[in-house]
Every structure is written in structure tokens, then in C-alpha cells.
Design a protein around this ligand. Structure first.
Ligand code: NAD
Length: 383
């Protein structure tokens, strides 16, 4: 068995996503499994170079996981010949500059979403990467969630007949930080720091809708900053300047209408933090992060509107659980494995910088729709 070591810079490893999902649940999990096997018998072994701003935090993470290669000097890490991939999970605003440097250094690049602050910058990065001949990828983790995988299986099997509409509810209450600490970083609530729920969630909605139901043709969004004052990590009050809720309608190619609410100011009366209800002529499904339940046309009840009577049916009990039928691995890890195979073995990988730019574009147009109070068409992007 040949072991092929591949040097990967992990920048932003001290952050929520960089540490938990990318380092621990993906890259270290691949190492714990002995590496990533390829079809030809080679095993890919991720050699990790941790990069960040704080020596203390990096040293602590490295020691905790038996790693030795870390630095606060990104330029020096990018100059290394034994590094082939640059990964970015920094705050969004630091991303473009770092990715540009990585392209110039000739590294392949994998990054958290959103790819950049605006569509022009995202497309520019995609073009620069293409000219430099480096491979690119953007995290699209929701596609690999068990609930959405089961939904895709239903779509592929023709369960729905003609899909009519999708309604999605995403969100939970993010504490203001006064009497209980907030469970998300404060930069999320400051527009000047790249925060806002539209910038955060619309890139996800773009790939979920496009991959499952059809390309997004138009967006109409109303946004709000429901909680206008929050308290940061250091206990200092600050004005929340970014949107914390978005109520949006998307028209898709093929005629499906998707209505998605995203909010950090909603209390959960659902089974999961995100749920999509899909209604089709032959059947309907409700998919969350892990579960997916269906109701077929043949067993659809016939409720009759009568507010004078108490509810006579247990509507939730009339749905059936879609079985897993396979083992679902962590979604971030599955996508990392696909990207590593893409870089090392040339396997196809369609979630590239152009796909990332489409997500940025949907966020930008969603914000414009809210600002101008109108529905906005989404033009096709190309390099
Ligand atoms: N795929 C997903 O589901 C998902 C979920 C949440 C966040 N994200 C994305 O991941 C990225 C990181 O988000 P997070 O929630 O982990 O944030 P975080 O605040 O927890 O981490 C941010 C990281 O960036 C680093 N950083 C570099 N320069 C910085 C600066 N000038 N100011 C502050 N931090 C700086 C921090 O040290 C830290 O390592 C964001 O781009 C976000 O959009 C993706």
C-alpha cells in the first residue's frame, strides 16, 4: 500500500467551524481511519499545518491532538513546497485576501462559504484560480445531511410526481448575550464585519435548491434586524447592524416555488433546526437534518375546515419515516474526502468556486431585493 501525504493548511482552525467540523470531525477523523483510500490502492494521508492568529490557541489545539506543525505566518506556510491545499474557515471578511495569496502560491483551495463578500470578487477569484490551474472547492455541507440525502433519494425515485413547492424553516433563538452568553460569534450581527443571516444562509439555500429542485431564477426577500442590541464575547453591549431574519420566496427553473424563512430570533417548535416541506402531485415529504417523513397521495387525509370543532386528526401521525438504508457519515467529512480525491486522483467535483460565486450572488440579490422592495431575477453566472 502506498501512502501519499498531502500538506493542507487549515486556516481559522481556532474558530467554531474550523475546529469542530473541519479539523476534528473531518481531517482528524480521516487520519484516525488510517487515511483516505483511493481506488488504485493508494492512501491519502492529510498532513495538517494549522494556521491562525494566536500562538497560544494554536499550540493548545496542536498539543490536544498530537499535531506539531502550526504557525501564525500564513505567507511562510504558503511558500512551502510540501503544502498542496489551502483551506479557509476564517471569518468571511479575511477570506478573499488569503485565497488570493493561496492562488498566487499555486495551491489548490477549499473554503468555507461564502466564498467572498460580493459576486464580483467571488467571480474574480474563480477566474484567477482557473488561470493559475488550481482546483477549487466550496463547502456545501447541507447536501450531505442524512435528511437531505433521503429527500434526494425520493426525488430520484420519482416519489413526488411533479414537485409544486418547497417551504423551509431554519432558525433558533440566538441569545442576546446579556444574561446568557450568545451561542454564535458577535461578528455575525455586525454588517461591517461581514455578518447577517442573508450572507450566512442564502449560499446554503442556493445549492440546496439548485441541486434538488432547480436553478434559482428569482428572489424576493424581506429582511429584519429584530434584535437591535446585543452583548459581545467580552461582555460589551453593541448595536446589531446586520439582518437577523430573512423571509424569502425563490422561483426556480421548472416552476417550483420555494419559500424559506431564516431567523436567529425564532423559538423552535419543530423537530429539527431546519426543516423543508416538499409538496408534489403524488406525495409530500418533510426533511430535516437527519429525519425525512413522507405522506403519499393515497393516504392523504381529507380535513374539512370547521373552527367550531376541536381537531379530530393527529396530522403528524399520518406521516411515515423514510428509512436510512445506508450509513451516513459526517457531511463535512464526506465533502472533504471528495475534494481530496479530486485533487489527488482527478475525480470530478462540481462544488467549485463558480458554484460558490452563485451562492454569493443569491445573497447579494436577496439583500438588493429587500432594499429595493421588489422581486429580482437571478442572471446566470459564467467564467
Ligand atoms: N458551512 C456551515 O454550515 C457554516 C456554519 C457557520 C459558519 N460558516 C462559515 O465559517 C466561517 C467561520 O465562521 P465561525 O462561525 O467558525 O466563526 P468564528 O468566529 O468561530 O471563527 C472565525 C475564525 O477566523 C479567525 N479570524 C481570522 N481573522 C480574524 C479577524 N480579523 N477577526 C476575527 N476572527 C478572525 C478566528 O481566529 C477564528 O479562527 C465563516 O465564513 C462562516 O460563514 C459555515
Amino acid at each position: 500500500m502506498t501512502r501519499r501525504s498531502i500538506g493542507i493548511i487549515v486556516n481559522g482552525v481556532t474558530g467554531r467551524m474550523g475546529y469542530r467540523q473541519h479539523l476534528v470531525r473531518s481531517l482528524l477523523a480521516i487520519r484516525d481511519a488510517g487515511g483516505l483510500p483511493l481506488a488504485d490502492g493508494t492512501t491519502i494521508w492529510p498532513h495538517l499545518v494549522l494556521v491562525g492568529r494566536s500562538e497560544t490557541k494554536l499550540r493548545e489545539i496542536a498539543q490536544r491532538h498530537g499535531l506539531e506543525d502550526w504557525t501564525t505566518d500564513l505567507a511562510a506556510a504558503l511558500a512551502r513546497d510540501d503544502v498542496e491545499i489551502y483551506f479557509d474557515a476564517q471569518v468571511t471578511q479575511q477570506r478573499e485576501k488569503a485565497i488570493r495569496a493561496a492562488i498566487e502560491a499555486g495551491k489548490h483551495i477549499y473554503t468555507e462559504k461564502p466564498l467572498a463578500a460580493d459576486t464580483a470578487a467571488a467571480l474574480d477569484l474563480a477566474r484567477a484560480a482557473r488561470s493559475a490551474g488550481v482546483r477549487t472547492g466550496v463547502v456545501q455541507d447541507k447536501l450531505f445531511l442524512p435528511g437531505l440525502r433521503k429527500l434526494k433519494r425520493l426525488l430520484d425515485g420519482g416519489f413526488f410526481g411533479q414537485v409544486l413547492s418547497v417551504r423551509g424553516e431554519f432558525g433558533y433563538w440566538v441569545f442576546e448575550g446579556d444574561w446568557q452568553p450568545a451561542q454564535r460569534p458577535s461578528w455575525n450581527y455586525r454588517a461591517s464585519d461581514g455578518g447577517g443571516i442573508v450572507v450566512d444562509m442564502f449560499p446554503h439555500w442556493h445549492y440546496v435548491l439548485a441541486e434538488l429542485f432547480g436553478e434559482v431564477r428569482s428572489v424576493s426577500a424581506t429582511i429584519a434586524t429584530h434584535i437591535s442590541r446585543r452583548v459581545d464575547e467580552a461582555g460589551r453591549p453593541y448595536p446589531a447592524t446586520a439582518d437577523d431574519a430573512a423571509y424569502a420566496v425563490f422561483e426556480l427553473a421548472g416552476g417550483v416555488i420555494a419559500q424559506l424563512n431564516s431567523s436567529w430570533a425564532v423559538r423552535v417548535f419543530r423537530d429539527e433546526l431546519v426543516e423543508f416541506q416538499v409538496d408534489g402531485t403524488e406525495g409530500s415529504a418533510v426533511a430535516g437534518l437527519r429525519r425525512c417523513r413522507v405522506q403519499h397521495r393515497a393516504i392523504t387525509p381529507k380535513p374539512v375546515w370547521n373552527p367550531d370543532l376541536p381537531v379530530t386528526e393527529d396530522f403528524r401521525a399520518q406521516w411515515s419515516e423514510v428509512p436510512d438504508n445506508e450509513d451516513f457519515d459526517n457531511g463535512f467529512k464526506v465533502q472533504w474526502e471528495a475534494f481530496l480525491r479530486h485533487v489527488v486522483a482527478g475525480e470530478p467535483f462540481r462544488w467549485d468556486f463558480l458554484a460558490g460565486a452563485q451562492g454569493v450572488q443569491l445573497a447579494e440579490l436577496g439583500l438588493r431585493s429587500a432594499r429595493e422592495g421588489r422581486r429580482i431575477e437571478v442572471p446566470e453566472l459564467s467564467l
